[in-house]
Design a protein around this ligand. Sequence first.
Ligand code: AMP
Length: 328
Amino acid sequence: MEKVVSGIRPTGNLHLGNYFGAVKSFVAMQDQYQCLFFIADWHSLTTHPKPENIQASARTILAEYLACGIDPTKAPIYIQSDVKETLELYLYFNMNIYLGELERVTTFKEKARQQPDNVNAGLLTYPTLMAADVLQHRAHKVPVGKDQEQNMEMMRKCARRFNNIYGVEFFPEPQNFYFGEKALKVPGLDGSGKMGKSTGNCIYLRDDDKTITKKVMKAVTDSGPTEPNSPKPEVIENLFTFLRIASTPDTYQYFDEQWNNCTLRYGDLKKQIAHDLVEIVAPIRAKIEEYSANTELLDKIAREGAEVARASASETLKAVREIIGFRK
Ligand code: AMP
């Protein structure tokens, strides 16, 4: 059975970008693949070097994963820092990837712009750590959003380069997996590109109904369609993206027709989106509260997940050491 691995950094609560871009795929994949999902607490140090309470933050994401429907009996969940084998593979990949290749990664350049006083080596080597996360399990598929496409290319490069240098066919080249047909970028509702924690434009899975509705009703729009069948400007396309991911195809078509014949009222469109998002988020929010209260269960799930992950990673690392020529 093909293996699937993916993770999310515990730098804040899960938002709709994380949910529709990644976690929804995690849930859909757990019945068909051998899945392992993790919480990337080491990765979070690239942007948050002095976390307030990193264990509590990891638990938060764990509770949110469970509330979204990940079943740890099918798909074990572990915390990245519980599996030290990752670091050894990270080191080997760092030996095989060139500085120039890492410097060209767009997410690195973006982060370097966002935190000019802390352009640390971890930020630069983010893709090799991500490659180690996945390749230590020799996984074939990685459910991620569109923003991760370049990191996925670096991951395949790590696999290919290792295989070429040592003359082996050891690592598979993991493919991006998208829940729909193509990569999804969940937009922000403030007209500023993607929904993301650092931009402060998120709708969170923990948001209550009123907050969700307020955020959607405040979404940036324009003065409305003037020409029939005209292309949608970006801020309007963003609203339709929400309709596509949160509403039924009939609803999408209904509003699309209204756009095309210039009768669309943005207030109605927003009300519909808010309603449909609340329908999705409210039951998840209730489960988050339930799971968050049960730290014993959360810690047990993380412990058991770490055991599975360590067993899988140490098997890979044993073979890697042998391939490179280290003592067994
Ligand atoms: P991050 O919150 O940046 O650690 O991202 C964790 C996962 O959520 C990754 O797989 C991202 O691709 C995905 N993700 C985050 N924001 C978005 C977004 N706005 N649209 C689609 N996927 C996203």
